[in-house]
Design a protein around this ligand. Structure first.
Ligand SMILES: *Cc1c(COP(=O)(O)O)cnc(C)c1O
Length: 375
């Protein structure tokens, strides 16, 4: 029997550390009598806008909704093309599809796994309306090149920051680098709710006003609907939880950074590249290996839980059957990436155990606990 000694992410430990504060926040909502679009959502929106360096934050129901509503609010719709990375979680593509626009894949940089600006430039057509870069695994995409390209072609840029809470780009927080930034507060993210949640941050006053209507049936005033919106609201309970956890985000991200540096000291040769322009939020610590599945089995046999983000790229999903174009870098990443245990409650001893087990796979004569360096 295989037992798990080192879990991939210990969500229970995160919430256990904050249990008293979270229980108080929950009780406050229970007693308040406000459950949708009340004071907790307003307070969290203000706090998250401030953290993300943006003028506005609009809380919505999920990260997928944040992406789709931001694109919609920016005027993207049927007949448009939106360029998305070929290596990402499928939600990035699904959000585009939901607006009625066509998702157009572009390949990624093989070193970082981030959207390749040259591939984006090659994918631009007269119908291109927007680009959705993804700050994958916690590090920012090549925003300087992408924003310059968008400027030249008059394109909207909505960045997918679902994995990048607390990341920075040339010292600036992610949140107002582009037209709008979409966030997810799915429980496993660096800032996670106890259920689904999302938000859009932006410096654009008109876009924010439109988003506030879109998330609430296209209404600003009760029973008056100038536009056809939807129901996608961050709820009071999740907002109260998120505001509480936000107070610990920097501390938790610092713990992730320490662990990532330890991994990189020993497994640098297998790790994905760190781009020079950003401050990584280390949502995931990802290595690449030509024999990925065997490495994953080797770690599992030693009680180490790992995951693959992501094994099937969007363009190879049934949902996008027949999608044109070749994306060799994305295809290779899907075959080779492996996410090692990472999170604010992973113990340094556990990281040593993972490092030892990976080194043992690389050269079977090595013993667990061996601290040689792979380069
Ligand atoms: C999690 C995630 C999403 C979707 O967020 P949900 O809140 O689960 O809808 C979108 N993009 C990326 C890159 C993600 O990791």
């Amino acid at each position: 029997m295989i037992t798990t000694d080192v879990p991939f992410l210990d969500l229970r430990a995160i919430n256990a550390e904050l249990e008293d504060e979270l229980t108080q926040a929950t009780a406050r909502v229970v007693q308040s009598g406000h459950y949708v679009l009340g004071p907790e959502v307003a307070a969290f929106e203000a706090a998250w806008a401030s953290f993300a360096g943006a003028r506005h934050c609009v809380g919505v129901g999920s990260g997928l909704d944040a992406l789709a509503l931001a694109l919609d609010a920016a005027g993207v719709g049927p007949g448009d093309e939106v360029i998305v990375p070929a290596h990402t979680f499928v939600a990035t593509w699904l959000a585009v599809t939901r607006t009625g626009a066509a998702a157009v894949g572009a390949d990624v940089d093989p070193g970082t796994g981030l959207l390749d600006p040259a591939a984006v430039a090659a994918a631009v057509t007269s119908r291109t309306r927007a680009i959705v870069p993804v700050h994958l695994y916690g590090q920012t995409a090549d925003m300087d090149a992408l924003l310059a390209l968008a400027d030249r072609h008059g394109l909207v840029v909505v960045d997918d920051a679902a994995q990048a809470h607390g990341a920075r780009h040339r010292g600036r927080p992610v949140g107002a680098l582009a037209t709008a930034t979409a966030w997810s507060f799915y429980p496993g993210k660096n800032l996670g709710a106890l259920g689904d949640g999302g938000a859009v941050t932006t410096d654009d006053d008109a876009l924010a006003a439109r988003l506030r209507m879109l998330r609430n049936y296209g209404s600003r005033e009760k029973y008056v609907h100038p536009i056809a919106g939807t129901n996608s609201r961050l709820d009071e309970l999740q907002a109260a939880i998120l505001a509480t956890k936000l107070g610990h985000l920097d501390t938790f991200n610092a713990r992730r950074r320490t662990l990532a540096h330890r991994y990189r000291e020993h497994l640098g040769a297998l790790a994905l590249d760190v781009a020079p322009w950003g401050t990584h939020a280390w949502h995931l610590f990802v290595v690449r290996h030509p024999d990925r599945d065997a490495l994953q089995r080797h770690l599992a046999e030693r009680g180490i839980q790992t995951l693959v983000h992501y094994p099937i790229p969007p363009h190879r999903q049934g949902a996008y059957a027949g999608h044109p174009g070749r994306f060799p870098a994305a295809d290779a990443l899907a075959r080779e990436v492996l996410s090692l245990p990472m999170g604010p409650h992973l113990r340094p001893d556990d990281v040593e155990q993972v490092i030892g087990a990976v080194l043992e796979f690389e050269s079977p004569e090595a013993r667990p606990g061996d601290t040689r360096v792979l380069r």
